[in-house]
Write a protein that binds this ligand. Structure first.
Ligand code: FES
Length: 160
């Protein structure tokens, strides 16, 4: 979606128009765009702004505040590492560091092959099984540094 074509513009307009009667449509519009395209680049934010009259600054603020939204395309597998307090005290930082070391990317980045993104999350409400990691919604409870390589392999193996 680097350069949006006519069909893409029509689709963005259609999503904006879906919520034209809502008092606060922005979250719904951005959620639909995120689900449709997987990310919300500046070019798209500009289109939403023109269509809705909401300033680009406000749209940008929302997109960058919520980790659900992304400015960049995300990987096929999104590794969510909880860095909330309960997970942090049980070694979550070492776990996210291990994912970074194995994949060669930092939190918020995506591997060059488009397979993995690492997201640092706030508490995901699973403190009882800390430290918690999720991959595309699947929860890995009581994660340890030693399990990280095997978990990455589990997903790489799906691709061969
Ligand atoms: S702090 Fe990680 S699930 Fe609550």
């Amino acid at each position: 979606m680097a350069h949006i074509n006519e069909a893409g513009i029509r689709k963005i307009h259609e999503i904006c128009d879906r919520y034209a009667n809502e008092k606060t449509p922005l979250m719904m519009i951005l959620s639909d765009i995120q689900n449709e395209y997987g990310y919300i680049p500046l070019e798209v934010q500009q289109l939403v702004s023109e269509r809705t009259g909401i300033s680009v600054a406000e749209i940008y603020g929302v997109v960058t505040f919520y980790s659900f939204f992304s400015l960049e395309p995300k990987g096929k597998y999104i590794i969510g590492c909880c860095l909330g307090t309960a997970c942090y005290v049980k070694g979550a930082q070492q776990i996210i560091d291990k994912f970074s070391e194995i994949l060669g990317i930092r939190a918020g980045e995506t591997t060059a092959d488009g397979l993995f993104t690492i997201d640092a999350l706030r508490c995901i409400g699973a403190c009882g099984i800390a430290p918690a990691v999720t991959i595309n919604g699947k929860v890995y409870p009581k994660m340890t540094v030693d399990k990280v390589a095997a978990v990455v392999e589990e997903y790489r193996a799906k691709e061969v």
